[in-house]
Design a protein around this ligand. Structure first.
Ligand SMILES: [Zn+2]
Length: 412
């Protein structure tokens, strides 16, 4: 019993332009890719793709399922009671899938173990959402920040304190452990240039992460934060805004072991935000303009050096809702000189790699997992059309049809 999708243009995820063909899925794998329509056998499900574009599902590389606001529900502020937070995270997981994101790499949660529990429910089926690399809270030193959830343990500093945090996260089931290596100027002026951890603490985090088999994720704006993150073995570095020449060389020298996600979505959303008069975003907007200018210079350099760059834009804030994630792709074309096919390659093939599944996820290739989207239109010509979920006419995840165009479906 196969699912056959005939009459499609296949964007296979490699960056090659779409080509006409058909595919067959059996169980959760793509078993056949053919240039002509595939002949159904009794019991097969057949979908007429009507010449639409078939592509791999996308990966959001900076996901915050517990950041409450989505395109479906505006939430002022960031905090919710625990029951509400759990339901909101589950809802956001469904919203990401509805918008074509079949995978998500978490950039931190507003709860110690919520994403870990959520992931268990997602994996066992019956609850819609992306494949998830779950994270615990974002670790930062003691402070009074509104965004500090800090409930994993008391904020012990020093190498041993940091190690115990990483170990604790790993033991409760987190796969990625997030540190704010530098601060965030959008929240506190000048903080993006401040290091929040010492080299010894970050190296200790790296040692414990390897021992506990978890990945380290770093919020790194400052030049020194980028360098320390690479040296400590962080696998994912966000922002990298003020990376200097030495930092760029270090990123390039370690390009097989790490990913960089500039998170342009939140930057553009800050610039675009039109807050009510009682909310002053003028400082955040000034900072966003500086970050954008730096990243416009940085990202093409890193790309030319072969560093693996991923879209993902810190969606979930009131002015940058979950569900708008595909906007990053358009912004990459606009700001980073990517072609649509190049950024689609980053969102699919490189997305499979950041999920740790590069040999079986992120491409339309025989033997690969069937995480697929059918798009009404050609995203390699206009990547912005991915922002309209009504253009996503079919969503398949792990071989299961999550969204199906009934008018195009028949049984053999
Ligand atoms: Zn974030």
């Amino acid at each position: 019993m196969r699912t056959i999708i005939n009459n499609v243009n296949i964007f296979d995820g490699t960056g090659k332009l779409p080509f006409p063909g058909a595919i067959a899925v059996e169980g959760n794998r793509i078993i056949n890719i053919a240039p002509e329509a595939i002949e159904p056998q009794s019991g097969d499900t057949v979908i007429d793709g009507k010449g639409q574009t078939l592509m791999p599902g996308m990966t959001e590389a900076h996901a915050h399922l517990t950041w409450p606001t989505s395109v479906e529900k505006f939430v002022p502020g960031m905090y919710l009671p625990p029951e509400e937070l759990a339901l909101t995270a589950a809802r956001n997981a469904r919203i990401l899938l509805d918008h074509g994101f079949t995978s998500a790499y978490s950039a931190g949660a507003l709860s110690k173990s919520l994403e870990i529990s959520l992931n268990e429910h997602l994996k066992s089926g019956g609850m819609p959402g992306p494949r998830l690399i779950p994270s615990s809270v974002e670790r930062e030193p003691p402070n009074t920040s509104e965004l500090d959830p800090g409930h994993v343990e008391a904020h012990q500093m020093g190498p041993e304190g940091i190690k115990s945090f990483v170990k604790d996260c790993a033991e409760i089931g987190a796969k990625a452990v997030k540190f704010l290596i530098s601060g965030e100027s959008a929240l506190k002026p000048g903080a993006s240039h401040e290091l929040l951890y010492s080299a010894e603490e970050l190296i200790a985090a790296g040692e414990q992460a390897r021992e506990s088999d978890v990945w380290l994720t770093g919020h790194a704006h400052a030049a020194e934060a980028v360098k320390l993150g690479v040296k400590a073995g962080f696998r994912m570095l966000y922002h990298c805004t003020y990376a200097d020449e030495e930092g760029i060389e270090l990123l390039a020298a370690n390009k097989d072991n790490l990913f960089v996600a500039p998170t342009i979505g939140i930057v553009q959303a800050t610039l675009d935000a039109n807050p009510p008069p009682h909310m002053d975003m003028s400082h955040m907007k000034e900072d966003a303009a500086i970050v954008l200018a730096h990243q416009k210079a940085l990202v093409p350099k890193l790309k030319a050096l072969g560093v693996k760059l991923l879209p993902g834009g810190d969606y979930g804030f009131p002015f940058n809702p979950n569900g708008r994630n595909a906007r990053d792709l358009e912004l990459w074309v606009e700001h980073f000189n990517y072609t649509p096919a190049e950024v689609l390659n980053a969102a699919t093939q490189l997305g499979g790699e950041v999920m740790g599944m590069g040999d079986e996820l992120g491409l339309i290739k025989e033997g690969y997992l069937a995480d697929l989207l059918l798009i009404n239109g050609n995203p390699t010509e206009d990547v912005a059309l991915l922002q309209d979920k009504n253009r996503i006419t079919l969503i398949m995840q792990d071989g299961n049809l999550y969204k199906t165009p009934l008018s195009q479906l028949s049984l053999a």
